[in-house]
Design a binder for this molecule. Structure first.
Ligand code: SER
Length: 343
């Protein structure tokens, strides 16, 4: 009896899942199954072969999926983000670390069952960095993957360890076993900057001030930005994030020189984001009311990242710079979206 070959997305009901399902559904030869605690958005449900409502921490559910499907590509998106994780660190650890471990073990079993390596795409984050203070942040310039790996949030610690776990499964799994079981997980990590989608609003992250500001302005709601105007971290438009997940997944293994890659696109200050939003929505009421605790988290994240390895190895090349992201993608798409919701 043969199982059906599919791509698996965990955390599929989240922001990245939304864009990724849409993109993958354009290639019908790659059917997708999805897993999330929440049901899929009705607009997406028709685009996937099967959606499982359940937890990545449920071994029985994972066994059912293993029995039914042959999986050679996993996008493991499920996570508790950095702000939410500080209110519930144990839960963040459970989901982000134990959940990732379960999914790596699942990938290993899949690989053992069909004999091919399972490509395991893992979004990590700028939260994996922890710069000690603002002076160092200002001097650091574009931060390389191996610098400042001293995160201060539970989410950042979890993501950094998830990267290590992935490298372990890819290169050293059961290295003392006399049977060769290594090489069944082809782990590929990318450290995303803050992501901004025109279609969905984020929840639970600390880079959320940028997307929140623009979504609030488009709906005519006032917004109080929780970081200082001079705060600067890298961001990327969601279509470029989805594109990079797909590019990395498709890259021949031998071209990859690292297991985890930085990704950058543009790096505006909160004031620059404010100015761009205010010029598109002149009636917007945007103020700055700094939340020192959330500010403290963003201040440990780099102002910019060195992403030349991703550009060289697998052709990371974001379509949208700062102005294009706002003028060609975010503003027009958000306008259209809220106008459609009103009518
Ligand atoms: N957007 C994430 C967060 O704010 C960072 O990866 O937690």
């Amino acid at each position: 009896m043969s199982r059906k070959p599919v791509v698996l997305i965990t955390g599929a009901s989240g922001e990245i899942g939304h864009g990724l399902i849409e993109a993958l559904s354009k290639t019908p030869d790659r059917p997708v199954i999805t897993l999330d605690l929440a049901p899929l958005d009705p607009g997406l449900a028709g685009r996937v072969r099967q959606h499982y409502v359940g937890s990545i921490l449920d071994p029985q559910l994972l066994d059912r999926i293993l029995a039914e499907y042959e999986i050679n590509l996993i996008f493991h998106l499920a996570a508790v983000l950095s702000t939410r994780g500080e209110f519930a660190p144990m839960t963040a650890h459970k989901v982000n670390v134990e959940g990732t471990l379960q999914m790596l073990e699942f990938a290993q079993k899949e690989g053992e069952s069909h004999g091919q390596p399972v490509v395991f795409v893992y979004p990590s984050s700028i939260a994996a960095y922890g710069l000690p203070n603002l002076n160092v942040k200002q001097q650091a310039g574009k931060v390389r993957e191996e610098q400042f790996n001293t995160p201060t949030t539970m989410y950042g610690c979890n993501k950094l360890y998830g990267e290590l776990l992935g490298s372990y499964y890819a290169g050293h799994y059961k290295q003392l076993s006399i049977h060769q079981v290594r090489g069944k997980v082809d782990f590929r990590g990318l450290r995303f900057p803050g992501l901004i989608s025109a279609i969905t609003a984020p929840s639970g992250g600390t880079s959320d001030y940028a997307p929140e500001m623009i979504h609030a302005a488009a709906q005519g709601k006032p917004y109080a930005c929780f970081v200082r105007p001079d705060t600067r971290i890298p961001f990327m438009a969601m279509p470029d994030a989805v594109d990079s997940l797909l590019r990395l997944a498709e890259c021949p293994h031998e071209r990859l020189t690292r297991t985890v890659y930085n990704l950058g696109a543009f790096s505006p200050s909160a004031q620059e984001i404010h100015d761009e939003v205010a010029s598109a929505f002149p009636d917007a009421t945007i103020s700055f009311q700094v939340d020192e605790r959330r500010q403290g988290i963003v201040d440990t994240w780099p102002a910019d990242v060195e992403d030349s390895s991703a550009r060289r190895d697998w052709g990371h090349s974001p379509r949208f710079g700062f102005r294009e992201a706002f003028r060609e993608y975010l503003i027009p798409t958000i306008r259209e979206r809220y106008a459609a919701l009103k009518s």
